[in-house]
Design a protein around this ligand. Structure first.
Ligand code: ATR
Length: 297
């Protein structure tokens, strides 16, 4: 993965002349967000500056405050600061509140506002890849922060059933409890299970989303036996990570599923944040062109 320059301190000259945006994370040198936002800005003929900022692990709040004090217009927040951003925001969108995390911030008359566009970005990418979510049997693997961020936008698509499976089944139970009333509202059957449960003869799913961190250790959350039960021919397997074919994706390919990494989600979540900051409609952006271009970077 490419590594790009990033800032660990801020100075006023960075904010001169152009409207300035940034992504905050640690580490941040790999982030493609500046490339994405600069492409969107070109598409609507705006000239912006977009920085990569890497605060120290305990320095996020101070640096975000300084960013806005110096004239910053909006920021994306990534690992490990999404929870810190959630706690700092004075106003939250309902999906950010449900996700328990914030990935997009801006100021409105001095009030720090936060949204979470990750789940909506995933749904947008799935739909534009022609994946049916409505009335489908959907499985989410993992019950950490990434999973929590995608449950609400998936529920609003009204799948038939949404299963959340995790290595530690208690955490899946907790997520199901959190989203149960919303699921009922949307007429979705919401089920918690453990990953190993799929080694028994369980139903297969037309859409399987890996939101676990197993891929980071070159592992899959599914054993081969569980994968035999979970995937069905013609199904779709989506991994939230991007830039590599994970073990999870390989398992799905071997079972004749279509696969996708999370690059499209990255671009789509950025598009929603961009539209929030720049007050433009999403139809003004060509996200597919940006995804195609990033595949070659
Ligand atoms: P994030 O915020 O990125 O979701 P997290 O909160 O640490 O990160 O959650 C990581 C998720 O990946 C958890 O669901 C974790 O399972 P546990 O709750 O049992 O820890 C899951 N995970 C991590 N490594 C895994 C592995 N090797 N196999 C299966 N699941 C794994």
């Amino acid at each position: 993965m490419n590594h790009y320059p990033f800032l660990t301190t801020l100075e006023p000259s960075l904010f001169a002349r152009k409207q300035t945006y940034a992504v905050f994370g640690h580490p941040i040198g790999h982030s493609k967000s500046p490339l994405i936002h600069e492409q969107f800005a070109m598409q609507i003929q705006r000239d912006i500056k977009y920085l990569r900022i890497q605060p120290s692990l305990d320095g996020f709040a101070a640096m975000l405050t300084q960013f806005f004090a110096l004239g910053g217009q909006g920021a994306n927040i990534t690992i490990p600061f999404k929870l810190n951003a959630y706690q700092l925001c004075q106003q939250l969108s309902s999906r950010a509140r449900l996700a328990g995390a914030v990935n997009t911030v801006w100021q409105d008359e001095g009030v720090l506002c936060g949204d979470n566009t990750d789940g909506a970005g995933l749904v947008a990418d799935l739909l534009s890849q022609g994946v049916a979510i409505n009335k489908a049997d959907v499985l989410i693997l993992g019950a950490g922060g990434a999973s929590r961020g995608i449950v609400e936008p998936l529920l609003t698509q009204r799948p038939k059933r949404l299963w959340i499976a995790n290595r530690t089944s208690q955490k899946a139970d907790e997520l199901v409890l959190l989203f149960q009333s919303l699921a009922t509202e949307h007429g979705v059957e919401l089920i918690a299970s453990s990953n190993v449960q799929f080694e028994e003869n369980t139903p297969s799913f037309s859409l399987v989303i890996n939101a676990s961190a197993a891929g980071l250790d070159d592992q899959s959350p599914l054993s081969e036996l569980a994968a035999d039960h979970v995937f069905c021919t013609g199904g779709f397997a989506y991994d939230l990570v991007y830039g590599k074919t994970t073990v999870f994706m390989e398992q799905a390919l071997q079972r004749d599923c279509r696969i996708s990494d999370g690059l499209g989600m990255l671009v789509e979540q950025a598009a929603i944040a961009f539209c929030q900051w720049h007050r433009v409609g999403i139809e003004r952006l060509d996200t597919r062109a940006v995804i195609a271009q990033l595949r070659h970077v």
